[in-house]
Design a protein around this ligand. Structure first.
Ligand code: ATP
Ligand code: MG
Length: 219
């Protein structure tokens, strides 16, 4: 079915710890529909980050297949994987991961600049997103002079500027107080819905998990 944007088919993943292997996934299956919001829940160490890293081709599976739009992407070489990542995925992390030496707006333009987009076009698009995410008063500020909520809204704008088909978020509000986390979540969800993007989000927050279309519990 072409409704399925992403399929994990019988994937397995183990990590070596000392002389032993610990199995995180053993013949795990997941099918994600286009536009779906999937929450990944489970206790610490249950494999949420591992799963997101496998889906985003940051880490590789031991067995099985990952398909994006019915095409196998898990067996590609690292250049091809980088290209798949750049063209299809947007990543949002708990720690924002902004580049300290670039201003807020420069951080947001980076994915476009790396794609070879003209500078003025990149800055125009970043400007537009900064308005949407309500951080336009912080354009020339550097990350260390932004609040946590502002840093995350800048990081989200950076993740979304390429209009990724699939957004991968690992505890995006995990470092924020309640008020800021509500705010950041709302900006994220509103934009994802308006652009019909697919969202896969690991979270400890039951409130966000309850708002997802489907909850995958790894415990
Ligand atoms: N690169 C690695 N090498 C060895 N073991 C790893 C590696 N990455 C993760 N693990 C192990 O895999 C298991 C799952 O880790 P993972 O980070 O996916 O959990 P998590 O559900 O994201 O936890 P948290 O809620 O704390 O973020 C843990 O036991 C962890 O120690
Ligand atoms: Mg994690």
């Amino acid at each position: 079915m072409d409704r399925n944007i992403l399929v994990l088919s019988n994937i397995s993943k183990s990590y070596r710890q000392g002389s032993e292997y610990i199995t995180i996934f053993d013949n795990f299956n997941l099918t994600v529909d286009k536009g779906e919001f999937i929450s990944i829940v489970g206790p610490s160490g249950s494999g949420k980050t591992t799963l997101l890293n496998l889906v985003g081709l940051i880490d590789s599976i031991d067995q099985g297949e990952i398909l994006l739009n019915a095409k196998i992407i898990s067996n590609q070489n690292s250049n091809e994987k980088s290209e798949v990542r750049r063209n299809n995925f947007g990543f949002i992390y708990q720690n924002y991961n902004l580049f300290d030496n670039f201003s807020a707006i420069e951080n947001i333009t980076l994915p476009l600049i790396l794609r070879g987009e003209a500078k003025d076009v990149a800055f125009e698009k970043a400007d537009e997103l900064m308005n949407i995410f309500d951080v336009s008063h912080r354009k020339s500020h550097f990350p260390n002079s932004l609040s946590g909520g502002e840093q995350q809204r800048v990081a989200i704008a950076r993740a979304l500027i390429n209009k990724p088909k699939i957004v991968i978020a690992d505890e995006p509000t995990g470092n924020l107080d309640y008020e800021n986390s509500v705010n950041v979540f709302k900006y994220l969800i509103d934009y994802i819905e308006s652009e019909k993007m697919t969202l896969i989000m690991a979270t400890h927050n039951q409130e966000w998990a309850n708002k997802s279309d489907r909850r995958i519990d790894l415990s």
